[in-house]
Design a protein around this ligand. Sequence first.
Ligand code: NAD
Ligand code: UDP
Ligand code: UDP
Length: 325
Amino acid sequence: MTRLYDSRKRILVTGGAGFLGSHLVDRLLGEGHEVLCVDNLFTGTKRNIDHLHNHPRFEFLRHDVCFPLYVEVDEIYNLACPASPIHYQHDPVQTTKTSVHGAINMLGLAKRLKCKVLQASTSEVYGDPAVHPQTEDYWGNVNPIGLRSCYDEGKRCAETLFFDYHRQHGLKIKVLRIFNTFGPRMHPNDGRVVSNFIVQALLNRSISIYGDGTQTRSFCYVDDLVDGMLRLMNSDDSVIGPINIGNPGEFTIRELGEKTIEKTGSNSKLTFHPLPSDDPKQRQPDITKARELLRWEPKVALDDGLAPTIAYFRQLIESGAIGEE
Ligand code: NAD
Ligand code: UDP
Ligand code: UDP
């Protein structure tokens, strides 16, 4: 892996005990930095950072980003936010607060410290997109009052805040729009499609397809995503985004179900269930900007990323961390 930083820094990662955050923390420690991981453990887990317990350059602080945070760091990655529909709809008011108050606090911190701050935004800002594939200049098709709105509009408001702090206070910002990402350490019960299908297949349960399975998603492996995130943070100050990071390889949900059965050697069968409201019908990133400005493109195909992800969930089931009830 190419080293992307030229000097050692003290770096704050909010949401660092989550799926993406914990991989980012590993990568930053691997590059020789000090990392302060801030997380309220709402959807994250200590299991994701257990291996760092005695690491001399790692520190964990249990804290909710809705409240002010006074620490001294050189750089901030703001990832704190529940990310799967089940989790972000569990307490939708808290989801919006986390996105909006969390952004204000991290921007206030970055303003005081005069440091760079990166926002983990999302392809959900495009809603159920009328433009395909999605380019960054597309404004989106978002329901402001639906079940997904707490997440979509919260993230859109966070982007607004980032750009206003940039324009009004000259802050150095980086806004990354993340498309569906998968890999080891995904939460086994967060209802996301890749983790659901793998766990169902490994337990020989039926594979739950919502709708007729013709809706599409494009799946990015976590290592590629983290590499894109580091490249954006280390890009020229003029590159502020928003910038899409995702894998343009697009699959129907039915194809993903069939692939998962094949890769796990499972006896599971597909079953069909009602489609949740406002479920986007298609999604694929246009990554021209990432290619040109960050010299980034994904390296890991869905098939290749599924293997370590399946191995992770197999191990989790064998260790008893996922019940077989
Ligand atoms: P995750 O749920 O595994 O991680 C989110 C982390 O944030 C968890 O550790 C959680 O405990 C923490 N958190 C939540 N609310 C908090 C609060 N108020 N204060 C402090 N910590 C809080 O999800 P993830 O997939 O790792 O997502 C990380 C970020 O990336 C999120 O901001 C998400 O919106 C964004 N994102 C992820 C994807 C994806 O496919 N995984 C896609 C688009 C955007
Ligand atoms: N803040 C923080 N840490 C800091 C500085 C600020 O958490 O080191 C929070 C604080 O809650 C503040 C918010 O960030 O209200 C926004 O800061 P800003 O300076 O933009 O505005 P203020 O509200 O202080 O006028
Ligand atoms: N999905 C599904 N079965 C599941 C979980 C999800 O068919 O068990 C579908 C869901 O309706 C959506 C797609 O898979 O169309 C991706 O869902 P996910 O929650 O992973 O991500 P998002 O909808 O936020 O992109």
